[in-house]
Design a protein around this ligand. Structure first.
Ligand SMILES: *[C@@H]1O[C@H](CO)[C@@H](O)[C@H](O)[C@H]1NC(C)=O
Ligand SMILES: *[C@@H]1O[C@H](CO)[C@@H](O)[C@H](O)[C@H]1NC(C)=O
Length: 364
């Protein structure tokens, strides 16, 4: 844990409209949304640390209200914003943006976003550049759940958490790094099957820990077909999707879905929706026009071949029509893609979302 942790915030979220928030929450399907994971879900946590993995500068946020670069790795909203909206909740604030005051408990009650760009299942993934997934669980969410217990008492805090939705999007960075930096994965000792098994084992203990801390309704976002993101497509000789990366995503999703199934057998009060992002996005990539996309290979914002040679930054080029592009930058979806995926997760069915969709999960 570096000295950058909880560095002096430039601005922090204070609870200004208690009445207003409470009203919004009254019309919601669940009391709160708690978010953990990586850059797909980050709404600004990485703004509060020294890191190369940040997005709080143009052209990120170009389609966000006020063209504001909030730290989201997107041209606009990300999937968590659409999820919160569908649930009738405000998009939860970044944990590290919340002021350390006595009122922070009321913010915690409405939901918190702990996600951090770069995070992976493994603590070694982008170590030092992000709030690791374990840190999000054992420091950040632990702190929030402890504060809720302190304020509400154990039974009330538990009842609140049991009814809330948790969303977790994690695993993509482990896969990307294992393809880009294969030395991390001693090739002789570690076949791809072994790599996935060891990720799944770590993920299982992380999910069990979350269960202990009150998670009962989980919307889990599986890995995208990472071989098809501009970053990895550019690295395949034929400029086709990187086959090994795609196969790792499929294996990881099978392992994650299977461990969640086991968990729900073991704990009958644990419910989940698993989103197979890989299957959903591959469908768009195979039939772009039918799904409203004109460009599914190049990034919208970046430099060089297919805009895949740099991250999105103020020196990049960016496309004029963001709704026709599947990818915003070298790895992240555009707002349009995130909206489409979230609507499939919310109201769709197998093979994309199972065993129930998010609307059904919320109503359980
Ligand atoms: C949560 O974190 C804050 C700020 O770091 C700290 O002051 C507080 O004591 C922590 N609460 C618990 C219950 O650990
Ligand atoms: C942007 O692309 C979408 C999808 O290809 C298309 O429907 C729309 O008309 C385009 N908008 C403009 C302003 O060209």
């Amino acid at each position: 844990m570096g000295p950058s942790r909880k560095s002096t915030p430039i601005s922090c979220v204070l609870l200004l409209f208690v009445g207003f928030l409470a009203e919004l929450v009254q019309g919601s399907m669940v009391p709160a949304l708690y978010v953990l994971g990586d850059s797909q879900a980050d709404v600004g946590n990485n703004n509060y640390r020294l890191s190369l993995l940040k997005a709080n500068f143009p052209y990120n946020g170009i389609d966000f209200p006020g063209h504001k670069a909030t730290g989201r790795f997107s041209n606009g909203y990300n999937f968590v914003d659409f999820l919160a909206n569908s649930l009738g909740l405000p998009s939860p604030p970044a944990y590290h943006s919340i002021c350390d005051t006595t009122e922070k408990y009321s913010i915690f009650l409405n939901g918190v976003n702990f996600a951090s760009g770069g995070a992976g299942v493994s603590d070694l993934t982008n170590k030092g550049q992000c709030f690791s997934f374990s840190e999000q669980i054992d420091c950040d969410y632990f702190n929030v759940s402890t504060e809720l217990v302190k304020q509400l008492g154990q039974p009330q805090a538990q009842a609140h958490l049991f009814k809330s939705i948790f969303t977790i999007a994690i695993g993509g960075n482990d896969i990307i790094n294992s393809v880009l930096l294969p030395v991390d994965r001693l090739p002789i000792l570690s076949s791809s099957q072994h790599f996935i098994e060891s990720l799944a084992q770590t993920l299982k203990s992380q999910m069990e820990r979350m269960y202990e801390l009150g998670m009962r309704k989980l919307f889990f976002v599986g890995a995208a077909p990472l071989g098809c993101v501009p970053l990895l497509r550019e690295r395949s000789l034929t400029k086709q999707c990187h086959a090994e990366a795609n196969s790792l995503s499929v294996k990881y999703n099978i392992a994650a879905a299977s461990l969640l199934r086991d968990m729900s057998t073991q704990h009958p009060d644990f419910r989940y929706s698993f989103f197979d992002t890989s299957t959903a996005l591959l469908k768009y990539i195979q039939e772009p026009e039918a799904n409203g996309f004109a460009e599914v290979k190049a990034a919208c914002c970046g430099l060089g071949d297919n805009n895949a040679m740099s991250t999105c930054n103020p020196a990049s080029k960016y496309c004029a029509n963001r709704t026709s592009h599947m990818f915003w930058d070298v790895v992240h979806p555009t707002e349009t893609t995130a909206r489409k995926l979230m609507s499939v997760a919310f109201d769709g069915s197998e093979p994309f979302i199972s065993p129930v969709n998010v609307r059904q999960l919320a109503a359980m």
